[in-house]
Design a binder for this molecule. Structure first.
Ligand SMILES: Nc1ncnc2c1ncn2[C@@H]1O[C@H](COP(=O)(O)OP(=O)(O)OP(=O)(O)O)[C@@H](O)[C@H]1O
Ligand SMILES: [Mg+2]
Length: 276
């Protein structure tokens, strides 16, 4: 098995989750994934949101999503058949389709419905040595939908750690307790090894006094759980998905790109500290 720069000898599985909508989950999954791929990690992004924004933002249009996360979770396809390359070297995707909207219902009779993703990933790892080199991932990043439904439960049951994006706005802390208590519940009942990797402050506008106060307050409350890297509000970040590209490919010099590279560096440093 590939030994990643983190020192772990299995892929690190990170879920990007917050039940609050529009806080930067997908943007973080795509751009953190790209930044990690740029420093030679082998990255798989799993799009678990029926909206399919991560798939679109990585340039995998609907007609290329023949085998999707739904097929894997329902058990129609082996997970490696669902993995597609993206325009980003070292970054692959398992895409989402609207079928995912019906997953909760379709899995209702399955006793292991909370563990479908975990078990498929374990299957993948058991065949690791036989996989193509580009499928021997060091990081798996799961983009969650903005709700605490069965898809999110599957992500949290499969993940080792959770990244929580938080938008720098007045209501930032509202709702945070909900995701934290969900993580605690999953940890207690389904996935004892689950941890919070960190809180990522997104869409920061330094000219906005409220945003500056929010950063201070979140840091006071959560301390070292908050990444030092602040993701700025940057128009290039919001334009990039309409070109089917991560911002790092769209404009690698903009402030958003620089911030996601800094975030990847900080994440890897935290990973090293964890195993040290
Ligand atoms: N740093 C940023 N600067 C400017 N715009 C941003 C930034 N981050 C995200 N956005 C924009 O904000 C919107 C919400 O971001 P994103 O889709 O990543 O959030 P999300 O949490 O995944 O949303 P959802 O809950 O709907 O899945 C998008 O239009 C995105 O382009
Ligand atoms: Mg999203």
């Amino acid at each position: 098995m590939v030994l990643s720069t983190t020192g772990h000898n299995t892929p690190r599985i990170l879920a990007v989750s917050n039940q609050k909508g529009g806080v930067g989950k997908t943007t973080t999954a795509i751009n953190l994934g790209t930044a990690l791929a740029a420093i030679d990690e082998k990255v798989l992004v799993i799009d678990l949101d029926p909206q399919g924004n991560a798939s679109t933002g990585l340039g995998v249009q609907a007609d290329k999503r023949k085998i999707s996360a739904y097929d894997v979770l329902i058990g129609n396809e082996k997970i490696e058949n669902a993995i597609v390359p993206t325009s980003v070297p070292n970054l692959s995707l398992i895409s989402s389709t609207l079928d995912l909207l019906g997953l909760e219902n379709d899995l209702s009779q399955y006793e292991n419905r909370s563990f479908r993703l975990r078990d498929e990933l374990l299957n993948l790892f058991s065949r690791y040595g036989m996989l193509k080199p580009e499928q021997q991932f060091t990081y798996i990043i799961i983009d969650c939908p903005p709700s605490l439904n069965l898809l999110t439960v599957n992500a949290l049951s499969a993940a080792q750690s959770v990244l929580i994006p938080l938008q720098c706005e007045f209501f930032a802390l509202e709702g945070l307790s909900q995701i934290i208590s969900t993580i605690e519940e999953v940890k207690a009942s389904l996935n004892p090894g689950l941890s919070i990797h960190g809180v990522i402050l997104t869409m920061f506008d330094k000219r906005n006094r409220i945003a500056r106060e929010v950063v201070e307050e979140v840091r006071n409350v959560l301390g070292s759980k908050v990444y030092s890297t602040l993701i700025p509000r940057n128009v290039k970040v919001s334009e990039a998905p309409s070109h089917g590209k991560p911002v790092l490919l769209y404009d690698h010099t903009c402030s958003g790109s620089k911030a996601y590279i800094e975030l990847a560096t900080e994440l890897i440093q935290r990973e090293r500290d964890m195993v040290a």
